[in-house]
Design a protein around this ligand. Structure first.
Ligand SMILES: NC(=O)c1ccc[n+]([C@@H]2O[C@H](COP(=O)([O-])OP(=O)(O)OC[C@H]3O[C@@H](n4cnc5c(N)ncnc54)[C@H](OP(=O)(O)O)[C@@H]3O)[C@@H](O)[C@H]2O)c1
Length: 279
């Protein structure tokens, strides 16, 4: 499991261990530090930006789950994928729904990536071509983490809820609770068919006005309402590529994923989770 110390990876490693899988965590070395990973039976060291450090990292495992923060550089990402594939294990690669661009999509839609994740088109192709599996999570929330935590922080900073908006449009996010996502990875590890693309989406399109309002409540700022944050202005704070991603209006179906894997997301939705005190 690469990325086992991250937001997604730690939930996945824990759930795999709970379900009786032996988890080997692949983590970056930190000088003078032994890194413990909850749920992992073994910790190996390697850096995905340094393929030579990955020699043997994926040896003697049946499945490699890849859920690391990306470099954004296609060549670096492909070299890491090749190094992980060299051990002969099934590779489960964590991509994302931003690869699909704005509008309505399902598992069969052609990629139409925003610039931030353009590198992932080639990476997905390499993984699928090698008999691996691709998981595209929506915006992940729950346990007080992920991108929604940023909305809570921005609401606290500005005294009212705000969402990034392009051309005055209200964005909509496909979302998934981190614990439903962990369940999906277990299903993919156990029975995901080689060459398959799965969408980890619990709610297909959550309007951001309601999310920003709930984020303001979670931040303890009420009565200020919600404001659209123009993407140009947000870019100066968040970077243009990330601001563009947050302004996307998407509807993403996971109907085929649910059917093929028997996956039924059951945790509260994003707005309910924010209102319920998780943040
Ligand atoms: N969060 C979301 O809403 C979301 C949605 C869709 C897709 N995704 C994708 O899911 C993946 C994981 O996201 P996340 O939110 O869980 O990220 P995260 O919390 O930032 O975790 C990133 C993980 O990657 C590891 N890592 C970073 N660079 C590495 C390298 N060069 N070599 C080895 N490990 C490295 C980190 O390890 P250290 O402990 O060493 O830093 C950490 O375990 C990303 O590819 C992201 O694009 C996320």
């Amino acid at each position: 499991m690469a990325g086992a110390t991250g937001y997604i990876g730690s939930a996945v490693a824990e759930r795999l261990a709970e379900q009786g899988h032996e988890v080997v965590a692949l983590v970056r070395p930190k000088a003078g530090e032994t890194r413990a990973v909850p749920g992992a039976a073994e910790v190996r060291y390697g850096d995905l930006a340094d393929p030579a450090s990955l020699a043997g990292a994926a040896a003697d495992v049946d499945v490699v789950v890849h859920a690391t923060a990306p470099s954004g550089d296609e060549a670096v990402e492909l070299a890491a994928i090749d190094a992980l594939l060299a051990g002969g294990a099934k590779l489960v690669y964590t991509s994302g729904i931003w690869l699909l661009g704005a509008g309505t999509s399902d598992e069969d839609s052609a990629p139409d990536p925003i610039p931030l994740v353009r590198f992932r088109v080639a990476v997905e192709r390499r993984v699928l071509g090698a008999g691996g599996v691709v998981v595209r999570p929506g915006i992940v929330y729950g346990r007080g983490g992920g991108i929604p935590a940023l909305l809570v922080a921005k609401a606290a900073e500005h005294g009212r809820g705000r969402y990034v908006s392009a051309a005055g449009q209200e964005p909509a996010w496909p979302t998934v609770h981190v614990d439903d996502l962990a369940d999906l990875y277990v299903a993919v590890v156990e029975r995901g068919e080689p060459g398959a693309v799965f969408h980890a989406v619990g709610e297909e399109a959550v309007p951001l006005g309601a999310v920003a309002e709930a984020a303001a409540e979670a931040a303890g700022v009420t009565g200020g309402g919600v404001e659209a944050w123009p993407v140009g202005e947000a870019s100066r704070d968040l970077g243009a590529a990330f601001a563009e991603a947050l302004a996307l209006r998407q509807t993403v179906s996971a109907a085929r994923t649910r059917k093929e894997l028997g996956w039924t997301p059951s945790r509260p939705g994003l707005v309910a989770d924010l209102a319920g005190g998780s943040y």
